[in-house]
Design a binder for this molecule. Sequence first.
Ligand code: G6P
Length: 482
Amino acid sequence: MASQVLVAANRGPLSYALSDQGTLSARRGGGGLVSGLSAALAQQPEALWICAALSEADREAVRRGVAEPGVRMLDIDPTVYDDAYNGIANSVLWFTHHHLYNVPREPVFDARFRQQWQSYVAYNKAFAEALAEEAAEGARVLVQDYHLALVPGALRELRPDLRIAHFTHTPWASYEFLRMLPDDIRSQLMWGMLGADVVGFHTWAWAHTFMGGAHLDDERGIAQPMSPAGTGGERYIQKSPWSPVRHKRTDVAVYALGVDADELRALAHRPEVDEKLAQLRAEVGDRKAIVRVDRTELSKNILRGLLAYRELLTVHPEWRGRVVHLASAYPSRQDLKVYREYTESVRELAEEINAEFGTADWRPVLVSVKDDFARSLAAYRMADVALVNPVRDGMNLVAKEIPVVSEAGCVLVLSTGAGAYQELRADALTVNPFDVTETAEALHAALSMPDEERAGRTQRLAAAATALPPSAWFTAQLDALA
Ligand code: G6P
């Protein structure tokens, strides 16, 4: 049966594992996109989620036809998939949008890149075709993230009747970074994005960089702003030759994803989380806890976070033995060497700090480099301080989750690079992500904050965090397409 509401994202709500005996088991996918969308789609039983098979186990699940209802996994050729996901999406587009390039050496756009780009085009086309096949007349389609930037344009050519939104969960690159891409590639990217009726971001900071880039490319004929940037409801007219058929206008909008407090608190109070909490409490004792939870991801700035903690212990020795840094850095994108090396550096630096300051009964840093959602939730409950210091990041849902779940209230140390910065800055201690000394001082101020002030801030942070829970976030985007 054709669907009225469709979502397309690289990652699906679950992924499979294949045991030696050949049995398949499903587990929840990681990252902000999956947690937000899964929660939203729980309220939309009719919707279809189209995603890629990410692993051999997922492909086996497709072959055996075991996919969950409401989910269609695309079995894309593994080489094409690897080039599109690791080669382009995670090594080029992610690095561009997060400004992660080490410019003296990267990026290098050579023949190999061109080959990978063709795979990215093919992978986007596979999504566009599947959506065109599954969508009912006039259906609404919500395409997610930088993996699928070409889908709106391609889908509009196939199905001009559809209403299409694209949502970016990452930042959007500043024009200096965007223009590093070869001109024809950047044009394809903008053509794809501007095929959507609505292009959405988590915060105006990223919506503005998108509009700035589209505006600067105006001379080249891609887009033309209709109202001044920053006034809300900005519109773009597309001009030929890039304009996908019969499409004239793209609105740029902001939907700041928040958390569902009741659901999150219920998750955080399951028996398995209670168990993890008891274990962590035994390790931490009555010391204060500085908590961070991220994917092991370059943009999260975990290393400078550890450096700041080391500086705290050096400059404010009164905290030695009285605080523990709980850092969950669960593995991510380990096919990429630079991520494996980053993960290793996180481990090494944590060990150095433990060797430098640790005593017989005090381990200053407890790092957990595995995917353990229950342990993360237990750490949220214990948090006295939450450290969220990305160099540049789409939203950082964790900055919203910890204040909602922390039992005694927590102080949020938040960097200006976080997507949540705009919404949470008033009640957080804000830092420049590159300034380790400032971050160390913010940790000191956070640990020293009087209970009353901390409680007030936590309450206001939790209110801001829950302003647009996933189901409302999703419905608002659907309504914009009506
Ligand atoms: C970010 C992206 C998501 C992605 C998630 C996890 O939040 O915006 O699209 O799913 O990271 O990354 P992964 O590569 O594991 O899907």
